[in-house]
Write a new protein. Structure first.
Lengths: 458, 86
């Protein structure tokens, strides 16, 4: 008996030492994603809350996840948003009446490309079951350049049933102040609105967005797990879009012959904003075919905008290879206190209710009468509405992948000497997923979104 | 009257935020007393469809929703800044 015990132990020990020193590397992953988005509506903020909101956007995106070894991982993301916008074409609403030319005139900004990328690094600590990571990002489009940096920390319990994540991210945006064409060269708040053909011909302003996220995930039963996540956001700096117009209740119609008499101001919002969002997610494994995914979020900010989001998704595994994803999202929003529709922001009136005219005035558009409110917007994204989203997706994910290709031998970057270099020579097209979403907003905005995701491992 | 209504509105939201934070702490405490699911019992929890994190393709929908709605955050996606909102 003793001999058998010692024999078994001797046989087992090599495997024990191998288990301590050998940790198989995760596969390198590349995801090629793309999205086509189109919307239609009649409340463009560029024209004061009325006008065409037609927009088309094509957005390819690539995500690369590279495990350097069993503890260190790098992730790189890069993408483009190419969009054409009917509303951006109206930044110069009265073309021909503004004298100077500029490459930032509407015809240029109605089509634009936004490029963005970020790189993230994560380090795992196996003994403490935790990880620490950092991120740097950059984004650029015709009127905004953005820099991003962030850190995150994750800690799991011993049983790995509880997971805590803490994140802090900061965005620094530089906005080029491109105002509506009819006020370029005029005095706005005692400052001349600059414009021209070069970047330096425009004034700029900045925005800092700081986000703090705390999430806790918990396995409740063998079939149910739960996530509570909260975001606390502080924004400082320019929070309005310079070329969004606001028209006032001055009784003057907006026509080709009277536009220059109607009071118009660029959108004006406070330079400080606090946002709080709390979300709850619950996933329940109903059966081998159905899984139930539920999500709820409450949002509030100090613009007095608040909302509730309800989302339900029901993945259906119709076979080992195919999964369907029907979903429905219900979003209800209460408007920000600075929002009013086109022509409803009030101007200063006398005791009889007649407008008080500023005589003399520096310009008819900006200075003929005076707004009552300090802050004002006619951007319907900040109005009260209900948004219904109907979604459907399909995923093709065979066990051995969609396809495989042999590639030339590439040596892995491996540091641990106990692991033999085992260069992978096969690229596997792992899965393909197609999603469609229809958005139907109660103010008339309708949008379609089609997304494609192709996953590869090597 | 208007001022008191505004203050009341603010107080309602402040109360909601405090209630949410309190719920977060209570959930944190209660989670410690949940059923301890062993690793070999997690065949359903580890299923791909049970992942709590969103899918990679959700980044597009999260972006669309943060641009076209006033709310942002608690989705794992963008919360503001780094525009693209035209």
């Amino acid at each position: 008996m003793q001999l058998i015990k010692w024999s078994l132990l001797i046989l087992f020990v090599p495997f024990l030492s191998l288990a301590q020193s050998y940790r198989p590397l995760e596969d390198k992953e590349i995801n090629f994603l793309s999205n086509y988005y189109t919307q239609e509506g009649n409340h463009s903020p560029v024209t004061g809350g009325i006008g065409d909101e037609k927009l088309d956007c094509i957005a390819p995106l690539t995500i690369i996840n590279i495990p350097l070894d069993s503890l260190n991982t790098i992730s790189v993301t890069g993408g483009l948003d190419y969009y054409s916008s009917a509303s951006c074409n109206k930044i110069d609403l009265f073309v021909g009446l503004t004298s100077a030319s500029s490459r930032y005139m509407s015809s240029a900004s109605s089509n634009d490309t936004r490029g963005h990328g970020d790189i993230a690094y994560t380090r795992k600590f196996t003994k403490s079951k935790s990880s620490l990571g950092g991120m740097l990002g950059y984004s650029q489009e015709f009127d905004v350049i953005s820099f991003a940096a962030g850190m995150n920390y994750n800690k799991s319990s011993k049983s790995e049933n509880t997971d805590l994540t803490l994140k802090a991210t900061m965005y620094y945006d530089i906005w080029k102040l491109i105002y509506p064409g009819e006020i370029r060269g005029l005095q706005l708040d005692n400052v001349t609105v600059r414009f021209g053909n070069e970047d330096e011909d425009y004034d700029s302003d900045s925005r800092i967005t700081s986000t703090f996220t705390a999430s806790i995930a918990q396995v409740l039963t063998r079939r149910l797990q739960f996530l509570v996540t909260s975001d606390f956001v502080v924004q400082n700096g320019i929070l309005n879009t310079p070329f969004h117009r606001v028209y006032f209740n001055d009784g003057i119609p907006l026509t080709d012959s009277t536009w220059y008499m109607k009071l118009m101001r660029p959108e004006k919002l406070p330079r400080h904003r606090i946002k709080v969002a709390v979300g709850v997610r619950a996933n329940y494994f109903l059966s081998d075919i159905f899984t139930l995914r539920l999500y709820y979020r409450y949002y509030w900010d100090d613009f007095d905008l608040s909302s509730n989001t309800y989302n339900i998704e029901l993945p259906i595994k119709i076979s080992q290879r195919f999964t369907l994803y029907p979903s429905y999202r219900y979003y209800v929003q209460k408007q920000a206190k600075y929002f009013k529709p086109f022509g409803e922001h009030e101007i200063v009136r006398d005791a009889n209710g007649d407008p008080v005219y500023n005589i003399p005035f520096t310009s008819p558009i900006l200075d003929f009468t005076t707004p009552v409110d300090q802050y004002y917007t006619s951007d319907y994204d900040l109005s009260s509405f209900v948004n219904h989203k109907f979604g459907f997706g399909i995923r093709y994910n065979p066990v051995f992948g969609v396809a495989k290709w042999k590639m030339p031998k590439i040596k892995s970057v491996i540091k641990e000497q106990s692991i033999k270099a085992n260069p992978k020579t096969t690229v596997t097209f792992k899965y393909i997923e197609l999603k469609y979403a229809l958005y139907n907003r109660s103010d008339g905005l309708k949008a379609h979104s089609v997304s494609l995701d192709c996953g590869f491992v090597f | 009257m208007k001022k008191s209504f505004k203050n009341k509105n603010y107080m309602i939201h402040k109360t909601r935020i405090i209630a949410m934070a309190g719920l977060f702490v209570i959930v944190l405490i209660l989670f410690n007393s949940c059923v301890n699911v062993k690793p070999y019992q997690k065949m359903y929890i580890n299923d791909y469809e049970m992942k709590l994190a969103g899918k990679k393709s959700d980044v597009f929908d999260n972006g669309i929703e943060s641009y076209r709605e006033g709310a942002a955050g608690a989705t794992g996606g963008k919360t503001g800044g780094g525009c693209g909102c035209n």
